[in-house]
Write a protein that binds this ligand. Sequence first.
Ligand SMILES: Nc1ncnc2c1ncn2[C@@H]1O[C@H](COP(=O)(O)OP(=O)(O)OP(=O)(O)O)[C@@H](O)[C@H]1O
Ligand SMILES: [Mg+2]
Length: 449
Amino acid sequence: MSGRKSSATVLVVDDSALTREVISRNLIAASFTALTASNVEEAISFLGEQQVDLIITDLKMPGPSGLELVRYVKENIPETEVIMITGYPTIEGAVTAVKIGAEEYLTKPFTDEELLNAVRTALKKQKNRKTASGYGGKSRPHFKGLVGESDSMRVLFGRIEKAARADATVLISGESGTGKELVARAIHYASCRATAPFVPVNCSGIPEGLLESSLFGYVKGAFTGAAETRAGFFQSAEGGTIFLDEIGETPLSMQVKLLRFLQEKEINMVGSSRIHKVKLRIVAATNRNLEILVQKGLFREDLFFRLNIVSIIVPPLRERGDDIILLARYFAEKYANESGTQIPEFTDGTISAFLRYHWPGNVRELENIIHRIVVMEEGGKIDTRHLPPVMRTAIPHNNSTMKTLQEMEQEHIRHTLEICEGNKTHAAEILGIDRKTLREKLKKMELSG
Ligand SMILES: Nc1ncnc2c1ncn2[C@@H]1O[C@H](COP(=O)(O)OP(=O)(O)OP(=O)(O)O)[C@@H](O)[C@H]1O
Ligand SMILES: [Mg+2]
């Protein structure tokens, strides 16, 4: 359904016909163009056909939730604004919605005025952003949220498209911070499963004892504390994609169960002998070399082959040439808009320091550096004084052979901690080691320095 013509087009997504009617009537009265959809699937198919400036979506709806829609929009048409509405306000829901990019959060019941204020604020922000950058997000070279136009990224985009069509299991590998999760999402959203859920699971973040019940669910009474039957991640991804991140960290006991799933496409909830068929696609990712883990007996070879049907390798940032600059500008714009400051520019010195640096933490490291500078410096030019010391002195790293391996390592640890503003968990993540190892190394550094 569509209302009369005006300046901005707003898509209202709600399973309640009454809510759709009330909101769109208000919008039309305020001379906006209103479109309506009763679920996320319908909304996504609308978005494929026509330009929408703003989406107002309910959070809880049968099928995919409003959060799935926010994710879809942010990854595929980031220039479109989203306002989330809900009758069940939860702190977590609000936090997640804002974190993944909803502009506003409205709790039912809201007045007509509150609604229109939120709509105007969101559209104004969008307009400011477009004017500030001189162009809308649309012309930025990106593929489903992945910024890049280097040859290595073009090859990657081609592989993503092929993988999306194939519907086979995919294994994504690449160094930490290269964008493996973004690639997994891009595959999901480019596939025929786009309207079903994308469920990310961090295999290294769940204690071994809870992994099976978290993935496959459990029935009431299965173990002490199982007061009710609960679905696992596999059931919640029904029809969609489950993203098994850091698959290399999965304990061997769980690897057997994953292998069984890949062979039979069936799951057993913990404590039940009943078998459920689940239709979904598995996309797994790792920053470790699984072949080496296989050789060491830490990863099952049969599981490796089952996962590695389609293999996608995400290139490290240092191999992406001018994409480094493209990404730096992209993040500068993103964080300047977020904090309402002027978009900073980079001096030639900064640009060559960026191109020279070896980016061990890849895109995440670049994003963190830019974020910090934008927050601290508020606009103007970014020159090499603003860069972390290690980058400023970054003599191309093949020239730093006068240093011992230990000196290089310590320098790199200090630099990473600086980027992460002292956050050890984050630093350990970028360095690809666990927190305990990082603590031990820091202790040694204190002793030696
Ligand atoms: N090509 C890209 N364009 C825009 N943003 C990107 C790109 N690649 C990565 N990012 C951003 O960099 C950050 C790290 O990406 P992501 O979490 O996908 O990396 P990862 O490979 O999964 O890292 P890890 O191995 O540490 O889990 C995210 O904030 C992501 O949005
Ligand atoms: Mg990741």
